[in-house]
Design a protein around this ligand. Structure first.
Ligand code: NAD
Length: 348
C-alpha cells in the first residue's frame, strides 16, 4: 500500500428511475425558490417534464458545446435579470458546463440532471472557450450541490451519442487508475465504473430503451465523474483537450484516442492496465478498449471526425510542450505516432 491523500467532495446523489419527481424536494432542501432551467435547443419536452411542479422563472435553451464566453454571459445575465436562486441543468456535459459557468461568477447553486455519461456533474472542473481556446480550472463553487440521475430520461439518447459518451466516462476511469495522485478508493470506483459501462454499452446498442442497461451506464458515469473529480488527468485528457481546440467533437475524440493513449502508457503503468483489462474481461487494456468500441459501431479514426492530417504535428507539439505528470514521459515523436495511429484507426 503506497501512501496517499484522499479528498471527498460534498455532493448529494439521488439515483433511480423516476427520481426526477424528487427534484422539487431537492430544490427546497437547498432553500431555493426561483429556478432557471438550462438545456440544449430542442429539448422543450424534457424541460417541461422535469420542470413540472417547480417554480421555473426562466429557461435558457441555447446551450452549445464548450461553453463559449459570449453564450455563457447571456445565460449569466438571464439568471441575474430573473433573480433566479438556483439553476437546474438538464442534459449532458455541455449543459452542466453552462450551470458551472453561472455558478463560477454568481455562486448560484446548480442541480444537475445528467442525461449523458460525461461525468461532469461530479467534478469541480469548469471550462469556458474564447477565440478558439478553452480555459479550464477547478473551483468548488461550480460543483453541483445535488445530482439527480434518472435513467428514464436517457432512454432516447441516440446510440452513437450513448456509445461515445460512455467511452468518455471509461477514459476518466482509465486515467484515474494511473493518476500520480490516485488512491485506493478512487481506483475501486474506476474499476467498477469501467465494468458497469463495458457491460451496459453493448446492451444499450442492442436496445436503446433497456432501462436496466441505462441505469448501469449512469451508475458507471457517476463513478467515472467521481474519479476525475479528485485526481489529475494525464496524456489522454490533455490530447483530447488539444484536439477539442482544433474543433473535434468531445466524446467522439475521447473514444477514438483512448486505446492509443493506453497503449502509449501500457508499459509504464502495468498495475492500472491489469485493472482495466480485468474490468473489461480482456487480455489487454488498449486492444480491449479498441474492440469494445468497434463493437459499438462508432467512428474509430480521427480522420472520420474532422481531424486534418496537416494538424497532427501541431497537436503532438502542443501536447508535448507543456510538462504534466503521465506514467510515461510525454515526447513529441511517440505522441505523433500515437496520433497517426488514432488518425488511421489502427488496432493497438
Ligand atoms: P453534450 O452535452 O454536448 O450532449 C451531446 C448531444 O446529446 C447534444 O446534442 C444534446 O442535446 C444531446 N442529448 C443530451 N441528452 C440527451 C437525451 N437524454 N436524449 C437525447 N439527446 C440528448 O455532450 P457531452 O459529451 O455530454 O458533453 C460534452 C461537454 O462536456 C464538453 O464541452 C466537455 O468539455 C464537457 N465535459 C466536462 C467535464 C468536466 O468535468 N467539467 C467532464 C466531461 C465533459
Amino acid at each position: 500500500m503506497k501512501p496517499f491523500v484522499y479528498s471527498g467532495l460534498p455532493s448529494r446523489v439521488v439515483f433511480g428511475p423516476g427520481s426526477v419527481k424528487k427534484l422539487r424536494e431537492e430544490i427546497e432542501r437547498l432553500g431555493a425558490k426561483r429556478v432557471l432551467m438550462l438545456s440544449t435547443p430542442g429539448r422543450s419536452e424534457m424541460i417541461a417534464l422535469v420542470g413540472k411542479n417547480l417554480n421555473v422563472v426562466g429557461v435558457f435553451d441555447k446551450v452549445v458545446m464548450h461553453t463559449p464566453l459570449e453564450a455563457a454571459n447571456q445565460a449569466r445575465s438571464l439568471a441575474s435579470s430573473l433573480k433566479a436562486d438556483c439553476c437546474v441543468a438538464v442534459g449532458g456535459g455541455s449543459t452542466i458546463g453552462f450551470g458551472k459557468a453561472i455558478a463560477l461568477t454568481s455562486g448560484l447553486p446548480v442541480v444537475a440532471v445528467p442525461t449523458t455519461y460525461s461525468g461532469s456533474e461530479m467534478t469541480t472542473i469548469w471550462g469556458i472557450s474564447e477565440g478558439g481556446a478553452k480555459k479550464t480550472g477547478r473551483d468548488p463553487k461550480v460543483l453541483p450541490k445535488t445530482v439527480v440521475y434518472d435513467p428514464e430520461l436517457t432512454l432516447d439518447l441516440p446510440a452513437a451519442v450513448s456509445a461515445a459518451s460512455g467511452m468518455n466516462a471509461i477514459a476518466h476511469c482509465a486515467e484515474a487508475l494511473y493518476a500520480h495522485d490516485g488512491n485506493p478508493i478512487v481506483s475501486l470506483m474506476a474499476e467498477e465504473g469501467i465494468r458497469a459501462l463495458c457491460i451496459s454499452l453493448p446492451e444499450i446498442r442492442k436496445n436503446l430503451r433497456d432501462l436496466n442497461a441505462r441505469s448501469n451506464a449512469l451508475y458507471g458515469s457517476w463513478l467515472a465523474g467521481s474519479t476525475i473529480a479528485t485526481t489529475s488527468v494525464a496524456l489522454h485528457h490533455k490530447l483530447c483537450h488539444v484536439l477539442g481546440g482544433l474543433g473535434l467533437p468531445h466524446a467522439e475524440t475521447h473514444a477514438i484516442v483512448l486505446p492509443h493513449a493506453l497503449k502509449y502508457n501500457s508499459d509504464a503503468a502495468p498495475e492500472a492496465m491489469a485493472r482495466i483489462s480485468k474490468a473489461l474481461g480482456s487480455k489487454d487494456a488498449a486492444s480491449g478498449i479498441f474492440d469494445l468500441e468497434a463493437s459499438l459501431g462508432i467512428a474509430m479514426r480521427l480522420a472520420d471526425i474532422g481531424m486534418k492530417h496537416a494538424d497532427l504535428k501541431l497537436a503532438a507539439r502542443i501536447a508535448a510542450e507543456a510538462p504534466y505528470p503521465n506514467p510515461r514521459k510525454v515526447e513529441y515523436d511517440p505522441v505523433l505516432q500515437l496520433l497517426r495511429n488514432a488518425y488511421e484507426g489502427r488496432r493497438p
